[in-house]
Design a protein. Structure first.
Length: 300
């Protein structure tokens, strides 16, 4: 394999930044609205899930590992992915004795509807929350009264100092993130432990992944930040929001300010899933998502 050639099935290799050039056209062809349709998402979580990939004909195949063992993702590439999925399933059965595909979107499930060997089950904990950017910026009507109140109380107590995140702010954001995790230590092997790893990758490769960020400072100290990226022309993904929980209204402020300053021209904001965490689910529902993007687990 030459340096510019993709890995060929079944020779899976770890994801690298250089793989974006090869993977991006396949991700675009799959036209997935879920967060796993973004190269940045796959790269940020590559170490936590041991993500590896290769090409089979026109499709990119990705495999990973979680506490339940090895799994595959839906093939990325143009429609007609049934044969590629079959090859991936045979590989998984040959190496693990069982086969499952995770984070499958409804478009792929519809493609596979005529294949009786697959049983797809929606996984609520993995559903992505999608919001209107206008709603997150304007916080209109009675539904958002509490959010507006939080922001108004914050503004009365503090001068809002919002700024885009750039390379000069990254060291301070790393310190703020470490302080947050010191105060909120994630249980081992929990989704938050994975998030900590992914956030470190985002801050380390912020510019290389074309990420956007925003910060809120109080008296010159960064107290909140958010990081996201563009999934497509219609949707941006927000990966991380961290704020000092002891400052009332700060989470509401960074949420609103980041969308207004970084993504106001983008109609939809994907704020990812809630990982089945009750507090996170309550928070994401409180912003009244326009829709939930279903993801399915496929077994055969």
């Amino acid at each position: 394999m030459t340096p510019d050639a993709p890995p060929v099935f079944p020779n899976f290799k770890p994801l690298t930044l250089e793989d974006r050039r090869l993977l991006q056209p396949r991700l675009q062809a799959a036209a997935a609205d879920i967060t796993e349709g973004s190269f940045a998402t796959l790269y940020l979580w590559r170490n936590y899930y041991d993500l590896r990939w290769c090409m089979w004909k026109d499709w990119a195949l990705v495999v990973g590992r979680d506490p339940d063992g090895q799994f595959g993702l839906m093939p990325f590439g143009p429609p007609g992915r049934g044969e590629a999925a079959g090859e991936l399933v045979r590989f998984l059965k040959g190496t693990s004795g069982a086969a499952r595909l995770e984070w499958c979107d409804d478009r792929f499930v519809a493609e596979m509807s005529g294949d009786p060997t697959f049983l797809f089950t929606p996984r609520r904990d993995d559903f992505d929350y999608v919001y209107s950017s206008d709603a997150l910026i304007l916080l209109p009507g009675q539904d958002y009264q509490a959010k507006r109140n939080h922001i108004h109380r914050f503004r009365r107590a503090h001068a809002v100092q919002y700024a885009p995140m750039g390379s000069l702010e990254l060291p301070a954001c790393r310190e703020a993130a470490e302080e947050w995790y010191r105060r909120n230590p994630p249980p081992e092997n929990s989704p938050l432990a994975g998030e900590r790893t992914a956030l470190g990758e985002a801050l380390r490769h912020f510019e290389a992944l074309d990420l956007k960020g925003g910060i809120v400072s109080i008296q010159g100290r960064i107290e909140a930040f958010a990081i996201g990226s563009l999934l497509n022309t219609e949707t941006a993904i927000i990966y991380f929001e961290k704020a000092d929980p002891d400052i009332p209204g700060l989470y509401a402020v960074i949420n609103q300010q980041f969308v207004e300053n970084a993504w106001k021209e983008i109609p939809w904001i994907n704020r990812e899933d809630d990982a089945g965490l009750p507090g996170l689910r309550k928070s994401k529902l409180s912003y009244h998502p326009a829709r939930l993007l279903q993801k399915f687990s496929g077994r055969c």
